[in-house]
Design a protein around this ligand. Structure first.
Ligand SMILES: Nc1ncnc2c1ncn2[C@@H]1O[C@H](COP(=O)(O)OP(=O)(O)OP(=O)(O)O)[C@@H](O)[C@H]1O
Length: 223
């Protein structure tokens, strides 16, 4: 069953006061439980595509469905509710809440979804990425790589059906990246979650069922 569907999506960005196409008539279907890696040069539109799927931005043309719900037709409030319930998002810039501790940041999606034993599960997740000693720190007291590990744990805590990850290992050294990504995909496979992961790191393709590439506004698939 399709979990993410894009139909004839076009999107434009302003360049020198002119509306310039970033995507033109993109079609994409990601099936339940599928792991898709999204490659593309810097500036090709990977972050924008993830933002459109999450309903953080609306496409200028075309249709975007998440679990058969038309995201392009929903209000901002409804999109936020759908996002909270169904999506875990690892943002490129982490987007941790500065006034919350490490533990509280990870717990938040679980609490918003009224889940049980959230603190215990958050501690367990943070432990597995070697953040167990830093639970009471605030984001500004963490390195980029530490913030990224917190952001990954936060995306997983509420066991969302869909994970959207934007360069989730971009700030990690190779050894830490390999370990953290293994944790990420072990959770994903155990819960049969659907993943769309944007990266420049082609080593992550080993985890993928399919690899998509954005190039000059078009999406193609590697065989
Ligand atoms: N709000 C915006 N206004 C104008 N241009 C934008 C906006 N957001 C993104 N862009 C432009 O859209 C293009 C795609 O940006 P995007 O961040 O989606 O690319 P990316 O593939 O994720 O890049 P990177 O790999 O460097 O993170 C870039 O040229 C960027 O400058």
């Amino acid at each position: 069953m399709a979990v993410i569907e894009l139909k004839q999506v076009s999107h434009y960005i302003p360049v020198s006061n002119q509306s310039t196409p970033l995507f033109t008539n993109i079609n994409l279907t990601v099936q339940a439980g599928e792991i898709m890696i999204l490659l593309g040069q810097s500036g090709s539109g990977k972050t924008t595509l993830l933002n459109l799927i999450a309903g953080l931005e609306l496409p200028h043309q075309g249709e975007i469905y998440l679990h058969q719900q038309p995201m392009h037709h929903q209000s901002a409030t409804t999109r936020a509710t759908i996002r909270r319930q169904h999506i875990g998002f690892v943002y490129q810039q982490y987007n941790l809440l500065p006034s919350l501790t490490v533990l509280e940041n990870v717990m938040l999606p679980g609490l918003l979804n009224k889940q049980r034993q959230v603190a215990e599960r958050a501690r367990d997740l943070l432990q597995t990425v070697d953040m167990g000693q830093l639970l009471n720190r605030f984001p500004h007291q963490l390195s980029g790589g530490e913030q990224q590990r917190v952001a990954i744990c936060r995306s997983l805590i509420h066991q969302p059906s869909v994970l959207l990850a934007d360069e989730p290992t971009g700030s990690l050294d190779n050894t830490t990246a390999a370990r953290v990504i293994e944790l990420f995909f072990s959770q994903v496979n155990a819960n049969r979650q659907t993943v769309l992961l944007a990266t420049h790191n082609e080593q992550l393709c080993q985890w993928a069922n399919r690899v998509a590439v954005i190039h000059y506004g078009q999406l193609s698939f590697k065989s």
